[in-house]
Ligand binder design. Structure first.
Ligand SMILES: Nc1ncnc2c1ncn2[C@@H]1O[C@H](COP(=O)(O)OP(=O)(O)O)[C@@H](O)[C@H]1O
Ligand SMILES: [Mg+2]
Length: 276
């Protein structure tokens, strides 16, 4: 748990605190109830998974939470503050970052430059300091560079520090995008399908990186279709089906839940037997 999470926990008077509180989200597209009353919490310092079959409302949920799509109703609180309906860049500034299914890195710039840009993005007064070359500006650059190095070490790509990110593999670019999201020290990072399109032999590496970052205090909400990946990694799993929360609990509990199997396979094993 990082200093901020610890402070939050102290303020709440309990050891655990929800950094993200999602309440009764609704979103319909032309009559389709994409998200139909979804509520859940993400605890500070946790890796929380959001799973469900195709079309169950995962993307609509995280797009709504992160301000990339308007919601019809519901409330989203980040570190206790209401962020419902805020624009995505304001939500990012408030401390909720997200990565996308398709990687977004500046291919011609080095890993170091990619991370330094990511840090400056949220420093509104940065350009004025830059013009004046203030002590504060030089301090911010030094602190940013130290964090960029630390994150690059944790994603295991230090040898590419000065290399253009264009030479990296798809999976490595995904890790750069993750490090970039972490640069402004967010309260939580929402990952949209972090291993989609990643070579199966490399999935274990992504798992290890996420575990290392989590041990260093980072909080993640992970949307993923790969159930194996989610159950290995997550402390807590939320299962969506047809826009509703079907189940939630520990990875083991979710694994043993027949309703979850049914949602994924489209048929309950017991029913299949009964009908045969
Ligand atoms: N822009 C859209 N317009 C119309 N329907 C949509 C749109 N986006 C999603 N949907 C529908 O909403 C439901 C949930 O979709 P989505 O949130 O993308 O699910 P998931 O990410 O779990 O696959 C699906 O029935 C999908 O067809
Ligand atoms: Mg989706």
């Amino acid at each position: 748990m990082d200093a901020r999470a610890e402070a939050d926990a102290d303020a709440g008077g309990t050891a655990v605190s929800a950094v993200l509180e999602v309440r009764d989200l609704h979103k319909a597209y032309a009559g389709v109830r994409a998200v139909d009353g979804v509520s859940f919490d993400v605890q500070a310092g946790s890796i929380t998974g959001l799973i469900g079959p195709n079309g169950s409302g995962k993307s609509t949920t995280i797009d709504g939470i992160s301000g990339f799509q308007p919601l019809d109703s519901g409330t989203v609180r980040l570190g206790g503050a209401d962020i419902t309906g805020m624009a995505s860049h304001r939500i990012a500034r408030a401390g909720l970052m997200r990565t996308f299914q398709t990687v977004r890195v500046y291919e011609r710039l080095s890993l170091r430059e990619n991370l330094m840009i990511a840090a400056q993005q949220f420093d509104a007064a940065g350009w004025i300091d830059e013009l004046l070359r203030t002590k504060r500006y030089r301090g911010a650059i030094a602190a940013g560079e130290a964090r960029a190095r630390e994150l690059t070490r944790m994603i295991g790509l230090m040898k590419y520090w000065e290399a253009p990110t264009g030479i990296l593999s798809y999976g490595q670019k995904k890790l750069v995008a993750l490090a970039a999201a972490l640069m402004p020290k967010p309260r939580i990072v929402v990952l949209d399908e972090p291993v989609a399109g990643v070579n199966p032999t490399r999935i274990r590496e992504v798992e290890e990186v996420l575990q290392t970052l989590n041990a260093a205090g980072e909080t993640f909400l992970i949307v993923e279709h790969n159930v194996e990946f989610i159950t290995t990694l997550c402390h807590h799993v939320i299962v969506l089906d047809q826009g509703r929360k079907l189940s939630e609990g520990s990875a083991e509990a979710i694994h043993a839940d027949a309703r979850v199997l049914e949602a994924y396979l489209g048929v309950a094993p017991e029913l299949e037997e009964a009908e045969a």
